[in-house]
Design a protein around this ligand. Structure first.
Ligand code: PHE
Length: 337
């Protein structure tokens, strides 16, 4: 190609390009123009392909002119970008204004986990009979967890409460909330009406209805002239409060070293084969245990009960496997509220 013809085409490219750039209104269009004019496969590169057929003298001239054209296009793009960018921004500012009267998104509501929910339901019912909540301790000693509850060392009944012992001699994770009975009797003068909720541990094979870690709520009442009838009356009310007014209870003889007599309490339950479900153990506080708590059994008598929180949460919410309660799977927990 002729030198003059190529020069002319470069000039035409420059004026056409700047006209197109001036006409562009959006940053996106300007980006496209930049590519189509100056990119590797753009119009300028295309034109300069002809440079090969020019004489060695003419080539630098075209090179210089091409640089000039490129610079002109670049500066046109740059100044147009500033204008178009500002226009886009102010358009967005007017179109995207928030309507301050639109209600905001609702916060997600939390809910109590079924275990504390069940404990507080129990606390509420028992509270209506004057029971207050106190807490024992998760790390207990052998003396309080067993011996003061009339479970001597090497007594076969210890098999009921196989334990996780700590390295420190005589220290263990409590196997039930009953040691709280001793601690309470030693700190509070009768009349005593307390419940003691808390986490317990046992050396257990884990399955759908047994965990090595679980919760109990202990109940303790010590007063003058307390009888088994008082225990029965309160537990009937507790069962009806937890499972509905039509709930029936069944008291069966049971055995615990720290209560005499001892009972096991079942509630009527459609879900089981025989229509009953055991929810707690209870009884009249053994005179030896009263004495160990510093209370004179001639003057005061008491009853105690211990119920399994997971069991009750399972029954109340229809949860088939108590392991679900400690896995904290939000999909399950959300479904339970
Ligand atoms: N501590 C007993 C248990 O864990 C339950 C219980 C408590 C029984 C109080 C009687 C009185 O099995």
């Amino acid at each position: 190609m002729e030198l003059a013809a190529l020069e002319k085409q470069l000039r035409i490219l420059q004026s056409e390009s700047t006209a197109k750039i001036e006409a562009a209104t959006s940053l996106a269009d300007l980006d496209d123009l930049g590519t189509s004019l100056l990119g590797k496969k753009g119009a300028l590169t295309d034109l300069l392909r002809g440079i090969g057929s020019l004489s060695a003298d003419d080539r630098p001239k075209i090179g210089a002119l091409a640089n000039e054209v490129r610079a002109a296009i670049e500066s046109a793009l740059k100044s147009r970008r500033t204008v178009a960018g500002a226009a886009e921004l102010s358009a967005r500012i007017t179109s995207e204004t928030e309507d301050a009267t639109t209600p905001g998104p609702l916060p997600a509501f939390g809910s109590l986990h079924p275990i504390p929910e069940t404990i507080s339901a129990i606390a509420q019912i028992m509270g209506s009979f004057g029971f207050t909540v106190v807490e024992g301790q998760e790390v207990e000693d052998d003396v309080t967890n067993f011996q003061l509850l009339n479970i001597p060392e090497d007594h076969p009944s210890r098999d009921l409460w196989d334990t996780l012992y700590l390295r420190e001699p005589g220290r263990l994770l409590r196997t039930h909330t009953s040691p709280g009975q001793i601690r309470t009797m030693r700190t509070i003068e009768p009349p005593i009406r307390v419940i003691l909720p808390g986490r317990c541990y046992r050396y257990e094979a884990v399955d759908a209805s047994h965990g090595f870690e679980f919760h109990q709520v202990e109940g303790l009442l010590v007063d003058r002239g307390t009888t088994l009838a008082d225990l029965k009356g309160i537990l009937d009310e507790l069962a009806r409060g937890l499972f509905g007014p039509g709930t029936r209870t069944r008291f069966r003889p049971g055995y615990y070293p720290f209560t005499e007599p001892s009972v096991a309490v079942d509630v009527s339950w459609d879900g089981s084969k025989d229509g009953w479900m055991t929810i707690l153990g209870a009884g009249m506080v053994h005179p030896i245990v009263l004495e160990n708590g510093g209370i004179d059994p001639e003057k005061h008598q008491g009853f105690a009960f211990g119920l399994g929180v997971e069991r009750i949460a399972m029954l109340r919410h229809g949860i088939p496997d108590l392991r679900a309660l400690l896995e904290n799977d939000l999909r399950l927990l959300r479904g339970l509220r």
